[in-house]
Design a protein around this ligand. Sequence first.
Ligand SMILES: *Cc1c(COP(=O)(O)O)cnc(C)c1O
Length: 429
Amino acid sequence: MVIDFIADYYNNIEHYPVLSQVKPGYLRHLLPRSAPLAAEPIEEIIKDIETHIIPGITHWQHPAHFAYFPCTASTAGILGELLTAGLNVVGFSWVASPAATELEAIVMDWLGELLNLPKPFLFSGNGGGVIMGTTCEALLATLVAARDRKLAEIGEGEIGIGKLVVYCSDQTHCAFAKAAKIVGIKQGNVRVVPASKTTSFGLCPDELVRAVRSDRDRGLVPLFLCATVGTTPTAAVDPLLPLCRVAREHDIWVHVDAAYAGAACVCPEFRHVIDGVEGADSFSLNAHKWFLTTLDCCCLWVKDPSALRKSLSTNPEYLRNQASDEGGVIDYKDWQVTLSRRFRCLKLWMVLRSNGVANLRNFLRSHVRMAEAFEKLVAEDARFAVAGGIYMLRLAVGATLTEARHVAEAWKVVREQADAMDVEGIVGC
Ligand SMILES: *Cc1c(COP(=O)(O)O)cnc(C)c1O
């Protein structure tokens, strides 16, 4: 019944307004004041979902959803999620569910190879991958690992941590500043390096050099660079090759945040956006964004898993077991912030197998083609330009069900609004 409900939802999805039309607090007066004492039939519950919940949904799976970034669901992803919930294992240690750990390691090597990540990021090259919930967790875990590794060199305590400086650009996602705050980096030591505003919106290596030198001159210790491939404002790409070169010179941990755009690298023709990644220490992407795997599924690869383990492992008596004591198994609890963890790799495995790499590549390519077509439409209207302007419209093409007609309709809406406003100048788009 629930599956039928979901199938009907997708069949009718275009009839809903993309953005929920409800007002804040709408739900409280529609539902009872407290939980029911007696069990209720599923039919009743689904009826309430139809009448009360659906109107309060912003339809991320609507083919005309172009906001934020896509969060692509798919049949394989949804069924994988169902299997995960059905089995409901808690694979924090290998022994707690060996298949959950072993499949995750295999799938992370599969996907790492598809992305053409350098061997040191894969288990087969003594690195390895782990699936977390979100990029925020990946940034937090890598930053903690880098911090502790550096503090082991320069001395712990307040003086040590007060000297650590982290770097990002003014286009970096706010998740990074949050992670820096949580790991105790002084607010004044989060260095926001300006990105180029005239061309690429990428982080300028020369600006990074300037910032690092000035920090070192003041006795501070460079720690971490968060480089982005596919920034949130404009999907800009930070140039990894020169940035990693600067970082290596100053012993800075480089994390590549490719949360959204990284998936494109499974297509050989787009792989160049992460050229230079061999110089980085860690790399992450959200398979739930543009890779048909339902939320949540952040894939993180690191060259040095022992750095994560040194910072994040715990070993209380009640979790000890022979396999862990003997070594040679992965205990993913030691790679991440949380202890309990979901069997997330199952859905990613389903997505890879049910689609096949060829179809996944074509799926990504179709979105790139649609975005290029949109770019052409914008360029043909003298009132708009694809450039760094003061006013900016942002359109993210990538929902699973999006077709060219939805993009064309979006452009029609933009033009109608522009006509109504009698816009004369050029608007960045
Ligand atoms: C979406 C996104 C994030 C935040 O991702 P979460 O998984 O929600 O933490 C961070 N960085 C980039 C580049 C993103 O696209």
